[in-house]
Design a protein around this ligand. Sequence first.
Ligand SMILES: [Zn+2]
Length: 385
Amino acid sequence: MSDLVIRNIGTIASGDIHAPIAAGDTIVVRDGLIASVGDGGDADGISVVIDAAGATVVPGLCDNHTHPVLGDYTPLQQQLDWIDSYLHGGVTTMLSAGEPHLPGRPTDPAGVKALAILAHRSFTNLRPSGVKVHAGAVLLEAGLTEADFAEMAAAGVRLVGEIGISGVKDPDTAAQMARWAQASGMKVMVHTGGASIPGSGIIGADFVVAVKPDVAAHTNGGPTALPLADVERILDETDARVEIVHNGNVKAAGEVAALVAGRDELHRLVVGTDSPAGSGVQPLGMLRTMSFVAALGGVAPELAVAAASGNVASLHGLNVGVVEPGREADLLVIDAPLGSQAGDALGALAIGDTPAVAFAIIDGQPRFTKSRNTPPAMRPIAFSS
Ligand SMILES: [Zn+2]
């Protein structure tokens, strides 16, 4: 846990969808938590200083849709250190949408239960490169009982992975299990659109309306998009968050974002990558998806930031994702990339450029002082300690 001050901030995009720009030029962090946001602030005794040189600060990004397995390794793409690479794309929190890529994944009740508990426990004890990975998202299989959900919840499992990519395909069984899970405090996600990996199915609005999940996953496709009219029905007939992901249909990403914005329901929009997947590993997937939402969906970039941070934190009840006193100090200093036609990070998102990440801070601790994956920043952002 660390103390830190960020000075000379040009813009603070707060991550709060209802107040997306925070006033002030200084953020003070004490003991890993945000102590103050505004002009000046009490930075007495703090030696770690970032001079943002007029750049932008946003919350660390919260990827609502990842498929981790164990540690910083993805078996699907035979790749190590993918989570560290995502940190270099601004991701400080990840939510699992299931661990289907485990080699030899079990499909019996005892097996899926054990896997969810193991993944949850493992990532509770492990923070790859500091990233907060919330894993252990049970994938539904026939035979799971109400008592099984209570047992998993008691062991800390808080997520039901994408319904539709595992054995339970009929809406009645899925709805019954979703009720048991939600009664145990779990958040339930339903896959939507076309099939993804072998074993997954095609899911439209009828299924989502029957199951009433907390999240309709990748409504722009994972990877194949469902009709926009189905997204509209999901918005009309359920309370679910609607998700836009990197590994979907790019045109549909813009259409869904514009639809949700036009209904004045951007508090229901959450952003993820849906990775690792067949489309690979995308360290900049969150930043790029935010640029799709802003540039193709016509959504104000600070609202795209909130959909990729505060909205996800609010969905899962996490004390991250918003730049305000008392929150865990997971912060990014971002800027227009060198050579961009935009003047700052939000302007870059608005024209479809990927911002530069100059600093990623987790719990008040700078994890790096220059992203190895984004372009360099336009401004001379400086660090002293
Ligand atoms: Zn999916």
